[in-house]
Design a protein. Sequence first.
Length: 72
Amino acid sequence: MEYTLSMTFLTEAGEKSTLSISGVKSTITKAEVNTLMDVVIAKNIFKTDSGDLVKKSGAQLTQRQVTKYEVA
């Protein structure tokens, strides 16, 4: 299984901006997600057209199963 964490933030202009990270552990907790989002906001390392990320809006963990077939 592959897991992707999508974190949605509000920007200074009040618009939503989503940051997705693939390859996260399936055991990530709500507390860890909250801490990660707080660090992203505090470090202010991402730039958007609508300003800095200023507030958490939501987060979700998506599970994806891929089946690969070897073909000749």
